[in-house]
Write a protein that binds this ligand. Sequence first.
Ligand code: BDP
Length: 691
Amino acid sequence: EDGYDLWLRYRPLSGTAQTAVKAQARGIVLPGAATPTTNAALAELQRGLAGMLGKAPAPEARIADGSLLLATPTRLPALTASDAALRADLAALGEEGYLLRATRVLGHKVTLIAANSDIGLLYGAYAWLRGAAIGSTASVSSAPKLQLRLLNHWDNLDRSVERGYSGQSIWDWWGLPEIKDARYTDYARANASLGINGTVLNNVNSKPEVLTASFIAKTAAVADILRPYGIKVYLSARFSTPLELHETSTADPLAPEVRQWWKNKADEIYKAIPDFGGFLVKANSEGQPGPQDYHRTHADGANMLAAAVAPHKGIVMWRAFVYAPKGAHLDEDRAKQAYEEFKPLDGQFAANVLVQVKNGAIDFQPREPFHPLFGAMPKTPLMMEFQITKEYLGYSTDLAYLGTMYEETLESDTRTGQGAGKTVAQTLSGMAGVANIGSDRNWSGSHFDQANWYAYGKLAWNPQAKAKDIAAEWAALTFGPDQRVVRPIVDIMMVSREAVVDYMTPLGLHHMMGTSHHHGPAPWVDNLERPDWNPVYYHRADRNGIGFNRTASGSNALSQYAPEIARQYADPRTTPEQLLLWFHHLPWDYAMPSGRTLWAELLARYDRGVAETKAMQARWSALKPLIDARRYAEVDQRLTRQVNNAILWRDACIAYFQSVSGLPLPPGVQAPAHPLEYYQSLRYPYAPGRG
Ligand code: BDP
């Protein structure tokens, strides 16, 4: 196995499982006219059943005992005509939901996949196939909690991928629109199986050319392939596009010629792609152009684009990932800027604008507290932006299951609602995941990185889903339903992200990575042109202590959170240990709940990270007899690399912090293998994904 089939492997079932599945699908019945979407559903069922049973049942016109019946009330009025309960259940599912159940229809015992739309049937077909593959026959009723469930590709038009670690971009822009890689259809299948319903094809650091006629034609070709699977395409738009294409004399969002240009451009796009989703915009951030270049606000900019796509029902996703250009805010706290710029604009965005906010206020670090904008903009629909690609969590060499990280953010209580408060999940209208998909045969650079795509999709559908359940489902689909395999894999996955946090950025530390490539440790870096690019800006370690004081006596970023949280985190004793140094600067001899000093605790965390990583590898080794040779070896090699990486992080960070604190290593703590200068001299000029 090379991983290409992802979680849609459909391998032969065991004898008893085959009998059970056969009994549920003696024939496949889908009443009504075929559409591209129902064809996709039927094709998937046949592919899946052929794989699992050896032979797929044929589509049949008549319902009989044992039929696998796919029906909507429109396709089969008899379905709900005399069944008020089913009618009510279906009504609760909305446009995209589905239900699966064993029931009677027109006097026959059937397995029913029902929905209100063809897309619902497709989603239901995938869900039923999942159950068949892992031996679950439970009734299911499922509807997405979020309307917008998107992938964001950071893919460039030359096929390189910003922070992409799985080969080239899947989009072969040069070959399109004539050459349509078969992979595009498999991409659509994989995403539809999770319920992802939109994809932004190009990097947020966008180029003007993507909105020219030839790229619109290429985008349209992709849209045609994805459409039957319920996936809309979107593009990242560069704010200065008309100016850079020399078609206007300014990009000022209030200038009539600019407004007209975008209107015409939207009309042109919608002519080619009638269901085009809209634009994603990174503006006035990291050197990207934006409305502030013309002394306009983010709302002015977003609303101008929103007006252009509104007649076509398009949307604008405007990113809140902003931090000040050189010169401004330098003595301040970068963590505060998005809130400062966006919170005052609450209520000023057009109805078809969503503000897209990263999970934390800095930048996709191994652990961040939830972004203070969640819950703070009640009049503005917000989208969550998670990174699926592991820019800061060990690239595609290190195993880190991100389901637990997403879950941690989504279930955080913002304390902004009435009474019990609102979790971050409850403040969302949509979700975007920075894709980890590329041209590699296994799609994501490593087998376990597929799990992050999977978990992201599942949580976009249901942000209250449990990371552990998702891990178990993914493991069973990817490595087979044998519990002797699934359980240890889930154990590995569930500790993996915390292990990475421990060996990279324990106790709330953040932004300690090397310059540009973002992989190895570099807590000593202090010479970059912007202070807030330097790790020393974030850990602030000196002879006396370590940590970023974000309380009232420091940057007071804490004041951006709801009062209850601000109060709780104002005191290090009531701040969650895992965020301690995010919010507090503390002396090295600060007494931790464990009884250790902060210094000793920090060292213990680094050691724990290394130990957990070794334990992950040992657990994996024990699975050797139960896993196919190729995937076993590929994962094992990466775990070997990860152990070395964990040791490197631990040793380099301990060597550095010891040079700063001047403190001895407590008994039992092993000294780093090399002096600090050794780690500082390491260079990675060809590291993948450099910025
Ligand atoms: C940072 C990445 C950079 C992205 C930026 C963003 O290093 O490559 O362009 O995020 O989200 O984390 O815009």
